[in-house]
Design a protein around this ligand. Structure first.
Ligand SMILES: Nc1ncnc2c1ncn2[C@@H]1O[C@H](COP(=O)(O)OP(=O)(O)OP(=O)(O)O)[C@@H](O)[C@H]1O
Ligand SMILES: [Mg+2]
Length: 261
């Protein structure tokens, strides 16, 4: 059987083998150059197709995650943040905690890299094949409260329960309304032992009663979160203000209100 290039391209399209279709000539050249036998040549084609699919999946999953910006862990300057254990972060990037549905709390004052690390770990989770969604705590509270008011709470809780990893950023800068605290509790309950939560906060867990405006709800939330969890407390000065400190514009970073001890 001999197919002209056009017919072969159409068949590859029908089979959704678009990477092989688009790179066929160069892949065949490569197979000849490397003197691959037929089996290895087929393996090479499969590998390139799978690479393309993985790239597409990562691009799509990254869009769906709604990160505020993209930063990876390679871009994190661990030397500037001695309170962080680089090895622990590297282990977290392997995502066993996500596979297990564990929680991760990243605590620390403003500008120390909590959001950067959360995004980096989120991207690592996507790389490992997990679904991820990023949301700020105020946006999450507002979304749940709105859905509740519109009798769509079930659907919204389902939406936030679906991703294998939910990142909730900036818990503690704004206090929760009492109703929002109860809604957040429902979400944590649903996700408990099913999907992972990564929460960043400028408040120590001891202050979460104030954040949620209800110490009973805060205790119930923490009880579930801390059951299978890692808590990382980052200390130090804001990375944002580093340059200003260096130039002598300010002496040291102002202490955040409620900075975790
Ligand atoms: N150790 C670091 N290496 C490289 N960049 C860093 C580091 N720490 C922080 N940054 C950068 O500094 C900026 C502030 O960091 P980030 O937003 O992660 O802080 P944060 O702890 O989330 O602060 P906030 O509590 O105010 O939200 C970001 O642009 C981030 O990429
Ligand atoms: Mg942040």
């Amino acid at each position: 059987m001999s197919l002209d290039a056009q017919a072969l391209s159409e068949r590859l399209t029908r089979l959704h083998l678009t990477a092989i279709r688009d790179q066929l000539d160069s892949l065949l050249d490569e197979a000849v150059r490397r003197e691959l036998n037929l089996r290895d040549a087929v393996a090479l084609l499969c590998e390139r197709e799978l690479d393309r699919r993985n790239e597409r999946r990562i691009t799509m999953a990254t869009k769906i995650a709604h990160f505020p910006y993209l930063r990876d862990l390679d871009g994190f300057d661990f030397a500037a943040q001695p309170s962080l254990d680089k090895k622990q972060v590297r282990e977290l990037a392997a995502c066993r905690w996500v596979a297990n549905g564990d929680a991760l709390l990243l605590l620390g004052p403003p500008g120390v890299g909590k959001t950067h690390l959360a995004i980096g770990l989120g991207l690592a989770a996507i790389g490992e094949g997990y679904s991820v969604l990023f949301v700020t705590a105020p946006a999450l509270a507002a979304s749940l409260a709105k859905a509740h008011a519109e009798s769509r709470l079930e659907e919204r809780l389902g939406f936030f329960t679906k991703p294998k990893l939910l990142i909730v950023d900036e818990l503690g800068y704004l206090p929760f309304e009492p109703n929002a605290a109860h809604l957040f509790f429902q979400l944590v309950s649903r996700r408990y032992e099913r999907g992972s939560l990564l929460i960043t906060s400028n408040r120590s867990v001891g202050e979460w009663g104030t954040v949620f405006g209800d110490s009973v709800v805060a205790t119930a939330i923490l009880d579930r979160l801390l059951h299978h969890s890692q808590v990382i407390t980052i200390r130090g000065d804001s990375y944002r203000l580093r340059e200003k400190r260096r130039s002598g514009l300010i002496k040291s970073a102002p202490l955040a209100q409620g900075e975790p001890a």
